[in-house]
Design a protein around this ligand. Structure first.
Ligand code: AMP
Length: 420
């Protein structure tokens, strides 16, 4: 089915062609027609399914023939990074329409954002805190809003933004269209949806808690103290063009980034100890491919959209299964294939079992025949280390491309392929 058959304006069809969108993804096919009619939409869709276009295209369509200079749509996202991605996408889709957007996020000077709001952007893409601040000062600017989008609502819940979101909604006009997108639908989000949406059209893509299609998952059991060593081994012996590595804490992220950089890999760091400028630089470097590896914490990587992430490696097992689903949704974007590995210590097996129940499959356990699982903890102990690692420093120089004969690479071609 082509985009044209959804009834979108020719100028938007032109943009989708330029962006090489061949046909709508299921969430786009499901959400765009009711949204074009002005209906509320409640979409349960994984990240990577094309949900951004699913809300942007109908908003732009409905605006094209309207007078400009007043703000008609507000899109709320949980993170600055995601807001940036949405605004980029908005610029792409609106390239031929003259529609203007502005981004309102924390961690950046407020002055330019105030001026941007005063100019009357048609669309505002924002994170909750800064938006609320500016709404208090510039309330009349929001009196014309007729569409509200809540993107990644479950992430907003996890990050403690729901009270802010409710305050924002209470300051917007009562009569408006609301589009709510969430990767998962925990009871609190279902309740919020029931409060905010009027007779919504429900769009549910796949199983609610399912992982995006195209992702091959595998678990690597390993003693806690050898996790870093195993990660380094995997990086050296598997073809991984673009890897996102998750850690539980920002300190671990920092430490791991240093270790991996010392192995000769190009590494970016994304966690809350980094300044907004550093986070932007890290994102850009990773997106451009200048950095092969990004080490990140959960929160910082919410909504991250990098088209080419081939591998997601979790160095810990999240306590909350939804966090795992969000993590692995960073690969396999828009139907592409990706591998998601999780390193599991014996103490984390019960958390992994919870995740397996949620995703509805048992992850295959993988042991690497050439990795020394019996090696002693490194002198610094903790989560592994750089010394005493057979799979690390005694190996040849790191490589970015395909691995040769050394060991048995557990990557895409030889790794297990669990049932989809
Ligand atoms: P999203 O779920 O909105 O973050 O989108 C994930 C990725 O899929 C983004 O890089 C989009 O540019 C891409 N994408 C979205 N819709 C389509 C489509 N219909 N055809 C091709 N790529 C798409």
């Amino acid at each position: 089915m082509p985009f044209k058959s959804l009834g979108l304006h020719p100028l938007l069809i032109k943009a989708t062609k330029e962006l090489e969108y061949a046909e709508p993804t299921p969430v786009q096919a499901g959400a765009i027609p009711p949204a074009l009619l002005g209906k509320d939409v409640l979409a349960t869709a994984q990240t990577g399914t094309g949900k951004t276009a699913a809300f942007l295209l109908p908003i732009l369509h409905r605006m094209i023939d309207q007078p400009r200079g007043v703000t008609r749509a507000v899109i709320i996202s949980p993170t600055r990074e995601l807001a940036g991605q949405i605004e980029d996408a908005c610029r792409g889709f609106s390239a031929h329409t003259g529609i203007k957007s502005a981004i309102i996020v924390g961690g950046r000077p407020v002055g330019p954002q105030e001026r941007a709001l005063k100019a009357g952007p048609d669309i505002v893409v924002a994170t909750p805190g800064r938006l609320l601040d500016l709404m208090s000062q510039m309330a009349p600017r929001f009196a014309t809003v007729s569409t509200l989008v809540l993107d990644e609502a479950d992430s907003m819940l996890d990050m403690g933004f729901l009270p802010d979101v409710k305050r924002i909604v209470s300051r917007l006009p009562g009569r408006k269209q609301t589009l709510l997108f969430s990767a998962t639908m925990p009871p609190v989000i279902a309740k919020l949806a029931a409060e905010l949406l009027k007779n919504p059209v429900a769009v549910e893509i796949g199983k609610r808690t399912a992982t995006a299609v195209g992702i091959t998952q595998a678990a690597y059991p390993v003693p806690q103290h050898l996790k870093t060593a195993l990660l380094r081994y995997l990086l050296r012996h598997t073809e991984m063009p673009s890897v996102l590595v998750f850690t539980r804490t920002k300190h671990e992220a920092k430490k791991l980034a240093r270790v991996v950089a010392a192995d000769g890999f190009t590494v970016a760091e994304l966690h809350s100890n980094r300044t907004p400028a550093q986070r932007t630089k890290a994102m850009e470097g990773f997106k451009r491919g200048a950095c092969q590896i990004m080490v990140a914490t959960n929160i910082a990587a919410r909504g991250l959209d990098v088209a080419h992430v081939t591998h997601v490696i979790s160095t810990d097992v999240p306590d909350v299964p939804e966090d795992y689903i969000h993590r692995i949704g960073r690969t396999g974007r828009a139907g592409a294939e990706g591998d998601a590995f999780i390193l599991v210590s014996p103490a984390e097996e019960s958390s992994l079992a919870r995740i397996e129940r949620q995703v509805g499959q048992r992850l295959p356990r993988v042991s690497l025949p050439d990795f020394d699982y019996k090696q002693a903890p490194p002198p610094s102990a903790g989560g592994g280390g750089r010394s005493n690692n057979r799979g690390g420093s005694q190996r040849p120089a790191p490589r970015k491309g395909p691995v040769g004969g050394a060991g048995r690479p557990p990557g895409r071609r030889q790794g297990p392929r669990p049932p989809r």
